[in-house]
Write a protein that binds this ligand. Structure first.
Ligand code: UDP
Ligand code: MG
Length: 326
């Protein structure tokens, strides 16, 4: 029997693109069903991430017209990662595999078929990797690529040029549900879950309409979240920095004592000021990094829900459960 697929699509203020892309997603789903690659019970799950426009009413309309469409609505905007997790956790009960994709049509939809093929060949996780970034602006490309390199250097395992377009089996999602952190960085967490994985390359297009919700500020925040939730490398860098500075200071002290006793001591105001400023700066940066981790611990111990589902289209009973076995 073919596996039941659920395409999970987070949407935030996407009234402009949704009518266009939903048709594209539906067509692809129907094609895959016709080809017998996936079960006819497969569906598309939209996650409305507290949109302020007509996104949710559009999703409800679509779900009424076509049973392949369904949706859940979060009680407020929680950000892309939380919205995606909400969708995946909701979908895992009623399908065998999920594919997460953005709703703006940037990711090449035909890669889904390749991902399903990889799954049938034994992979539990299939990462969509961008083959080229010609359509992105130079700035976006540069910042995005620096992002992956920086993440790697900071000790977070991420797949190069892979965003959140990927296939995950329900089996892996069940294990992922045991990861209870509230600071989410899915593309770093999924490799930690393990299981057999593979990659599929695809081309990234321009947004069909609307604008990106990831300006540089949010991207920097995502990078910071990713690093501090998955790695302690920055803390280790601080320790190394502390050791290096201590060694330099020790040598400096010996030098100061020697010059003092050799009788050639100068006023030394300038050098003293430089040292004080330099150390002051370093200490503040280090405190900031440590503070970032303490902030993370603070959020984790509170253990608040990562998302709250306020509404859903249709009722849960009408959903089907996946029984595909390889
Ligand atoms: N998104 C979301 N919540 C947010 C911001 C974005 O669910 O707070 C969704 C958005 O609707 C889209 C996906 O996350 O489907 C990726 O966002 P976007 O296309 O703006 O990011 P980019 O592709 O520019 O990185
Ligand atoms: Mg996008």
């Amino acid at each position: 029997m073919a596996p039941v697929l659920c395409i999970v699509i987070p949407c935030y203020n996407e009234e402009e693109v949704l009518p266009v892309t939903s048709e594209i997603f539906l067509k692809e789903l129907e094609t895959l069903i016709e080809k017998g690659k996936i079960s006819s019970d497969s569906r598309i799950l939209f996650v409305n991430d507290g949109s302020k426009d007509k996104t949710w009413s559009l999703i409800c309309e679509m779900a009424e017209k076509n049973t392949h469409f369904s949706g859940i609505s979060l009680s407020r905007n929680r950000g892309h990662q939380n919205a995606l997790l909400a969708g995946l956790m909701d979908a895992k009960e009623s399908c065998d595999i999920t594919v997460s994709i953005d709703c703006d049509g940037q990711d090449d939809i035909t890669a889904i078929e390749k991902m399903v093929d990889e799954y049938i060949n034994g992979s539990e996780v299939v990462y969509g990797v961008r083959s080229r970034r010609d359509t992105d602006t130079f700035f976006k490309r540069f910042t995005a690529e620096s992002f992956y390199k920086f993440m790697g250097a900071m000790g977070t395992e991420v797949i190069y040029n892979h965003a959140d377009y990927r296939l995950i089996s329900a089996k892996v999602l069940k294990e992922l549900s045991e990861f209870r952190e509230v600071n989410l960085f899915l593309r770093g967490m999924i490799p930690l879950v393990g299981f057999k994985s593979s990659t599929v390359s695809y081309e990234r297009h321009e947004r069909i309409a609307g604008k990106s919700h990831y300006p540089l500020r949010k991207m920097a925040a995502l990078a910071m979240d990713g690093i501090t939730s998955l790695s302690v490398t920055p803390l280790r860098i601080i320790t190394s920095l502390g050791i290096i500075i201590s060694i330099i200071s020790f040598i400096g002290t010996i030098w100061a004592v020697v010059t003092r006793f050799s009788g050639s001591a100068v006023d030394g105001w300038a050098s003293l000021t430089c040292i004080v400023c330099f150390l002051g700066g370093i200490q503040l940066i280090c405190l900031g990094v440590i503070g970032e981790y303490i902030g993370k611990i603070y959020m984790e111990v509170k253990h608040r829900p990562r998302y709250i589902i306020a509404e859903r289209t249709g009722s849960k009973e009408s959903e089907h459960s996946g029984t595909y076995s390889k």
